[in-house]
Design a protein around this ligand. Structure first.
Ligand SMILES: Nc1ncnc2c1ncn2[C@@H]1O[C@H](COP(=O)(O)OP(=O)(O)O)[C@@H](O)[C@H]1O
Ligand SMILES: [Mg+2]
Length: 161
């Protein structure tokens, strides 16, 4: 686990772009944090780095949307899910197959219903208006092996908390 700090939405997008460069097929990332914390901004930077040309918006009303890029980006927002049973309707096992990377906003709400192999990106408001503290942690083997590389890639934003 390590911490980073960004001072604008653009910086959060740049940080996301660095993470996207290390993404491989079937990756899963959970984006955690209050409304307006930066989950969608992160996804926009991540998608741009994958070569997504379409503009990425919040999928709150559609739950899931996919974008084509170096890897297909699945962007989900599960804010409105009230019951873990509803996660089945998202057909996650199928989404996580193939040349894809999946980002789930509010993903912490559905942890019991997803594979325990993901990178968690947690956003908290900092002291300044545009400051965000970003806590990055891995669950399971897949991202665990990339944590040192990831930490190095994000060194510009790194902080000791
Ligand atoms: N450091 C920062 N990182 C991300 N967003 C920021 C930052 N500073 C200000 N913002 C603003 O906060 C808002 C984040 O919105 P959004 O990404 O939609 O949040 P969420 O998806 O978590 O609800 C945007 O208006 C963005 O411009
Ligand atoms: Mg959002």
């Amino acid at each position: 686990m390590f911490n980073a700090r960004t001072k604008s939405a653009e910086e959060t997008q740049a940080l996301a772009a660095c993470i996207a460069e290390l993404a491989i097929a079937k990756d899963l990332l959970l984006l955690v944090g209050d409304l307006g914390a930066g989950k969608t901004a992160f996804t926009q930077g991540f998608g741009k780095s994958l070569g997504v040309e379409e503009s990425i918006t919040s999928p709150t009303f559609t739950l899931a949307k996919d974008y084509s890029g170096r890897l297909t980006l699945n962007h989900l927002d599960v804010y409105r899910i009230e019951d873990l049973e509803e996660v089945r309707d998202l057909a996650l096992p199928e989404l996580l197959e193939g040349e894809t990377v999946t980002l789930i906003e509010w993903g912490d709400q559905i942890v019991p219903a997803i594979p325990q192999n993901y990178l968690e990106i947690r956003f908290e408001y900092g002291q300044e208006d545009n400051e965000r503290i970003v806590t990055i942690s891995s669950v399971g083997a897949s991202w665990h092996g990339r944590m040192e590389e990831l930490k190095e890639a994000l060194a510009d934003w790194s902080i000791q908390k």
